[in-house]
Design a binder for this molecule. Sequence first.
Ligand code: NAP
Length: 554
Amino acid sequence: MPHVITQSCCSDGSCVYACPVNCIHPSPDEPGFATAEMLYIDPDACVDCGACVSACPVGAIAADTRLTDKQLPFIELNAAFYPKREGKLPPTSKLAPVLEAPKIDRRSGGPLTVAIVGSGPAAMYAADELLTQKGVRVNVFEKLPTPYGLVRAGVAPDHQSTKRVTKLFDTIGKQRNFRFFLNVEVGNHLTHAELLEHHHAVLYAVGAPNDRRLTIDGMDRPGTGTATEMVAWINGHPEFTDLPVDLTHERVVIVGNGNVAFDVARILTTDPDVLARTDISDHALAALRGSRVQEVVIAARRGPAFSAFTLPELIGLTSTCQVVLSAADHDLVMRDLAVETDPLTRGKLEILAKLGDASAPITTPRIRLAYQLTPQRVLGDGRVSGVEFGLTGTDQAYTIDAGLVLTSIGYRGKAIDALPFDDDAAVVPNDGGRVRGASGAYVAGWIKRGPTGFIGTNKSCAAETVRNLVADYNDGVLTAPVRKPGELEKLVHSRQPDVVDAAGWHAIDAAEIARGGDERPRDKFTTVEAMLAAAAAAPKPTVRQRLVASLQAH
Ligand code: NAP
C-alpha cells in the first residue's frame, strides 16, 4: 500500500526530507529537480509511514487505497518514474541529503535586517529560510492589503488543495521576527534607497506581473484579452474587478497551451454550481452563470509533442472536463506517438490519443485542443469575430470564429526602479540571486529566473538567494542600516497611513472565511476599500503588546 503523489504537487520538496527512506525523487539535490513536472514516490521503496503526507503543504499525497477515481492514474505515473526492477530490491534506503542552511555570523550592533518586497511564494519561502536562524529580522512589503501573491490571485479557484500552501505561509508569518507592511508599494510609498537605509539588504520577490503580448493585427479589438488578466478577474484581484469579460458568444479561443490556458478553459466550461463551492469572485461567478460559451479552443502553434501543459494537469483536465480533438489533430498525435521516446511526453500523447472527436455535436460546454496553428490576425468589424491562423509550416490559412480571444503565452517581469533590467529575458540580471551592480539588492522567484515552475520551485530558488545574501553579510559586504529600528514604522505611516499589519490581514482573512459560510472556503473582498474596512476591525494591540513590539524593534 505505497503512498502516491497526485496532481496538486507543488514541488517544494518538503516531503523529500520528511521521508525516512529517501523514496521521493527527484530530490532538490538531484539534477532533474529544477525541471520536474512533479515529484514521484518509488512504490517499491515506500514503507507506507505517511510522514510525507504530514509534510506536504498542499495535501497532494495519499495512500494508494485512499485515492479518488480521478487520482488513480497517478499510481502508474509515480511508478513510471522508476526503473522496472523485475523482482530486485530498490536501492538501500538512506536519508536525502539536507541542503545546508545558511549560517549567520552573529555580531553585536543588532540583527541582520532584510526587507522583502512582495509576499508570494518566493517571498514567503525566503522569509522562512532567513528566519531559520536567530539574529535575523524580516520586514515584508506588499502592494495589496492581502498577502500571498499568485497563490491568492493566480491559482485557479477549483484548485483549492494548491491554495492550502497558505497555511504554511501563515505559520511563517507568525514567527517572532517577521513583520508585514501590507498595502505599501515600494517604488511609490517607499524607494529602494530608503529601504536600504533601514535594512542590510532588500530582496525583491515581485514575480512577473505583466503578460507577454502577442503582436498581431487586431489584438486591440474589444473582445481580446489575456488569460492572466482573466485569472486575476476570476480570483477577485482588486485591480481587475472591472475587466470587460463578454461571455455572450458560443466560442472562446485561447492562444498558447500552457497550464494557465488550462486553468481558464476549465473555469469557462465548469458547471457554475461546482464553482460556487470555491473562493471564486462573486463577479466572475455571476458572469459565468450567464455565460453562453459552449466551446473553448486552446490553440498551440506547434504539434502535440511540444504541448506546454504538464502531464499532471492534463490528467486533471481530462478527468473533470470534456476535452476533444479534431480528426486532423488526432492524426498529429498518432504521428508523434510513433516516434516519441520521452516517457512524460508519451504519457501526454497517450491521453490525447484517447480524446473524443470534435465533430460530435456539442451537448455540454467542452474544450478543444488544436495544434499547428500560428496566429496571424484577430478578425472583426469593431468587436472580435474570430482569429485567422496559419497552419504552421504551410501557407494555408485557417479561421476559427470566436467572441472572445485570449492570449496565454506566458508572464513577463517588469523593471524595478533603481535596479538593472534585462529587457529580452524580462528578469533582473543576477548571479544566484545577487543583483549585478547593485550591492545590497537580491532577487528570488520569477523576477530572478523567469516565469516557469511551480509554487514549491520557489523554495529552492529562494534558498539559493538567501545563502548568498547571508554569505555577503558574513563577509561584511552589506552596509549596516543607518536609521534606528523604530524609525521605519514612522516613515511608513507618514507615507501610507492605511498600512495593514498582520493583525489587519488576519481580520480580513477571518471576515472572508465568515462570509463564505458553510458552502465556500471564503468569499473574497474584491476592493481595497472593503479590505481596509475589514482590517480596521482588527483588535488594537494592548499596551503590553505595543511595549513588546517596540522592544523587539530595537
Ligand atoms: P507556458 O507554460 O510558458 O506556455 C506558454 C504557451 O504560449 C506555449 O504553448 C507557447 O508555445 C505559447 N506561445 C508563446 N509565444 C507564442 C506566440 N508568439 N504565438 C503563439 N503561441 C505562443 O506559460 P503559462 O501557461 O503562462 O505558465 C507559466 C508557468 O506557470 C509554467 O511553468 C506553468 O507550468 C506554471 N503554472 C502551473 C500551474 C499548475 O501547476 N497548476 C498553473 C498555472 C501555471 P511554444 O511552446 O510553441 O513556445
